[in-house]
Design a protein around this ligand. Sequence first.
Ligand SMILES: Nc1ncnc2c1ncn2[C@@H]1O[C@H](COP(=O)(O)OP(=O)(O)OP(=O)(O)O)[C@@H](O)[C@H]1O
Ligand SMILES: [Mg+2]
Length: 254
Amino acid sequence: MTVIAVVSTAGGAGRTTICSALAVLLARRARQVFAIELDAQNILGAYLGLETLAPRGLVHALLDSSADWHAESFRNDDGVMFVPYGALDAEQIGASEAAFAAFPGWLAGALGDIDQRPDAAVLIDAARYPSQQAEQAIRAADLVLCVTTPEPAGCVSLAASIGPMRRGGAAFFIVVNQLHPTHEMHRDALALLRARVGDGVILPQRLHRDAALPDAFARGAWVFDAAPHAQISHDLHGLARWLDGWLSAHAETG
Ligand SMILES: Nc1ncnc2c1ncn2[C@@H]1O[C@H](COP(=O)(O)OP(=O)(O)OP(=O)(O)O)[C@@H](O)[C@H]1O
Ligand SMILES: [Mg+2]
């Protein structure tokens, strides 16, 4: 099992979009894929094509060790096994934050209970960093994919957090999303990021801002099915191909 944490320091960067698209594209490459939400938004299921949001999920097993989160998982049309976070009220959110803080290795232990093939990929859509959920995901991960838009504020906040995010020792790459190559501000922000974090950490496969993506989502379709020739479809296939290759190389080197 290889665990991939999808994180970001800014909201709306594209974590849920990228996590769900990668889950589907890896499943179509014949990998066994688990998609796990670790964000109280409890929305990843909608991205994966489910019509109702799960009332219960992984977090209920954190709050009550007798709760069986395996029973709350779903399989989507592409064969992705999806584990929802579950819906919480404000009081339960407070209790879950405290429980995550008290048991820093809880997620890693819970993932160990999943019955999977050795080559399975587990993708985690984690709440915005810093948060208890993002810390748990990073701690459990073999690979951290940190999503950022090429906006100056986002790049500065990412550069400031990169040290703590890399402390766990997992492989770490930055995925630039919503790039508009002709925007001078985007080019400047990326140059700033490159200067702060080094070139090798930023994945060469960038994801462009493309209205085809939210359009397809609004119609309940994947952009790479509804608009296979769109720029973002090309980009997402490229990212999935890179991740597939990384997973194979990781399996060989252990
Ligand atoms: N490359 C892109 N081109 C156009 N729109 C995009 C792109 N990536 C993401 N979006 C849109 O941006 C919005 C935010 O994306 P998403 O929900 O995946 O981000 P997030 O990081 O999970 O946000 P949150 O912090 O709320 O969890 C969505 O409406 C999504 O469709
Ligand atoms: Mg999200």
